[in-house]
Design a protein around this ligand. Structure first.
Ligand code: 9WN
Length: 422
C-alpha cells in the first residue's frame, strides 16, 4: 500500500495563506501581481500565477491565461501589461497614456513583451485538470506568440529571440544590463514614478535606471513598436523559456491534433543556438550577448542558470551549471538562491534584481534541478517554503537572512509556493 504523507501544520498554513493572497489579488478575470505596486495584469506574472493557481482552481488558471491572451496583438505579441481600465492612470507609471497601444480586443496594453512562460503554464494547467477544449483555444494563440518572436525578434540571425528593453527580461535592473544601458543617452525623465509611493527607494531601481527605461520605451513606441532600440540583447533566461515553451507546445500540439514535429525541431535549434552563442565554458554559466556589439556581456546572474530547464541540454553542461549554482550562488549553504552572485562587485542584498532572491527564478532553477540534481532540488524547495513561512509572500528576499523586501502579498510568490507544496 502507498503511504500518503500528511502535510505538516506549517505546510497547511502556507497553503491556506497563499490561497488567501491569490483570492485577494483576483479581479474576476485575472490576478494582479500586487494590489498596490502592480495593479494591472502582467504577462509572465500571469503565467507563474496560473501554474500555482492550477493547484487549487484549474478553472481560474485557465481564465487567467485566456484573459491575458485577450490582450494579444495582431502580430502575435503578448504585451507585458494589459491595463485595467477601471484603475486610474496615475496608479502606475508608465500607464496606458504613455504606451498609447490598443489590442484588437480593445484592451489598452504596453507594447513590449516578457519571457515566454505561457506554453509551459498552459501545459501545467492542463496536467492539473485535463481540458482539451482549453488547449484547442489557447494553442493558436501560443503559436502566434512564438511566431512573433521568431519573425520580429530574430535580430542576430541566430535562432534566439532578442529583447529590446530591460523590462522584457523581467529582471529590470540586473547588473547584467549595466554595460549596455550605460551607452543609452537619456535625459532626466519628466514623469513621476509611482513605485516609490509603495516601496523604499533603496529596494527599487534608481532614477537613472528609470530615465533610461522611459527613453528606450518611448523611442520604441515612436517607431511603431517595431525594429531595434538602443538596447538589443539575447538573454539566457528569456531564451531558455523560449526553448522549454517550444517543447511544451509540442506536447500541446499532440493533444489538439496538430503536428508536434516543428516545435520539437525548434526546441532543439534553440538549445543548440544557446550553446553556440550564450554558453560560457570558462565561467560554467550562460551569459547574455549584446546584439548591437556582438559581444558577450561581462556580468552574469541567476538568469544564466535557468537554461537548466532547456530540453536536450547536454549532461556535462547541466553538471557545470549545478556546480556554478553551488560555488557562486551558495545553493548548498541553506541560503536562498540570489538573483546575482554575492561575490560580484554589484551585489546589493535588498535592491530588486541586484542580489535578492525571487521565487520565480528560484522555481525555474528548481524545475531544472529536478532532472539535473534530484538531491539538491528538494533542498531548494524547502528553502523557498521557509522564506515565505517566515517572511510572508513578499516580492523578494534577502538571500542570507530571509528578510522580506518589496511589496507584500505578491502574486507569484504565493502561487509558486503552492506549486512547490503540491
Ligand atoms: C515593470 C510585475 C513586474 C514583474 C517584473 C518586475 C517588475 C515592472 C516594474 O514587476 O517590473 O514591468 O514596474 O518594476 O521586474 O519581473 O513582471 O510583478
Amino acid at each position: 500500500p502507498t503511504t500518503i504523507a500528511e502535510p505538516s501544520a506549517e505546510e497547511a498554513g502556507i497553503r491556506r495563506r497563499a490561497i488567501r493572497v491569490l483570492l485577494a489579488n483576483w479581479t474576476g478575470a485575472y490576478t494582479v501581481p500586487s494590489r498596490t505596486l502592480y495593479p494591472h495584469q502582467w504577462s509572465w506574472d500571469s503565467a507563474f500565477i496560473a501554474i500555482g493557481t492550477a493547484r487549487w482552481s484549474p478553472r481560474r488558471a485557465r481564465t487567467e491565461l485566456l484573459t491575458l491572451f485577450g490582450g494579444q496583438w495582431r502580430d502575435g505579441r503578448v504585451p507585458h501589461i494589459v491595463f485595467n481600465p477601471a484603475v486610474p492612470e496615475d496608479a502606475y507609471f508608465p500607464g496606458p497614456a504613455f504606451w498609447r497601444a490598443t489590442a484588437p480586443s480593445g484592451a489598452r496594453t504596453s507594447g513590449i513583451v516578457q519571457p515566454p512562460v505561457h506554453a509551459l503554464a498552459a501545459w501545467r494547467v492542463h496536467l492539473a485538470e485535463p481540458d482539451r477544449a482549453f488547449l484547442y483555444r489557447i494553442y493558436p494563440r501560443l503559436e502566434a506568440q512564438h511566431r512573433f518572436l521568431r519573425t520580429s525578434r530574430r535580430m542576430s540571425g541566430s535562432e534566439l529571440a532578442s529583447i529590446v528593453h530591460p523590462w522584457e527580461s523581467g529582471m529590470d535592473n540586473s547588473p547584467v544590463w549595466d554595460a549596455p544601458l550605460a551607452k543609452v543617452p537619456a535625459p532626466p525623465m519628466r514623469e513621476r514614478r509611482r513605485d516609490l509611493a509603495h516601496v523604499a527607494a533603496g529596494e527599487r531601481p534608481t532614477d537613472r535606471d528609470y530615465a533610461r527605461y522611459t527613453a528606450i520605451a518611448a523611442a520604441y513606441r515612436d517607431a511603431g513598436y517595431t525594429g531595434r532600440t538602443d538596447f538589443v540583447v539575447e538573454d539566457p533566461l528569456f531564451n531558455a523559456l523560449y526553448g522549454a515553451a517550444e517543447a511544451a507546445l509540442a506536447r500541446i500540439a499532440a493533444v489538439v491534433d496538430a503536428d508536434p514535429a516543428p516545435h520539437l525541431r525548434r526546441a532543439e535549434e534553440i538549445t543548440q543556438a544557446m550553446l553556440e552563442r550564450l554558453w560560457d565554458p570558462s565561467g560554467g554559466i550562460f551569459r547574455a550577448r549584446d546584439v548591437r556589439t556582438g559581444e558577450m556581456l561581462p556580468e552574469d546572474s541567476v538568469a544564466g542558470l535557468v537554461p537548466l530547464i532547456l530540453p536536450g541540454l547536454p549532461a556535462d553542461v547541466a553538471d557545470r551549471l549545478v556546480a556554478t549554482a553551488v560555488a557562486r550562488f551558495g545553493l548548498k549553504d541553506g541560503t536562498l538562491l540570489p538573483s546575482y552572485p554575492p561575490g560580484g562587485a554589484a551585489f546589493e542584498p535588498a535592491r530588486y534584481w541586484r542580489g535578492p532572491s525571487w521565487l520565480n527564478t528560484s522555481w525555474l532553477v528548481l524545475e531544472g534541478l529536478r532532472a539535473a540534481d534530484p538531491g539538491l532540488a528538494p533542498r531548494l524547495g524547502a528553502q523557498l517554503l521557509r522564506a515565505v513561512h517566515e517572511a510572508g509572500f513578499r516580492e523578494y528576499f534577502n538571500p542570507f537572512t530571509g528578510e522580506g523586501h518589496g511589496c507584500d502579498d505578491f502574486g507569484w510568490s504565493a502561487a509558486l509556493a503552492l506549486d512547490v507544496l503540491a
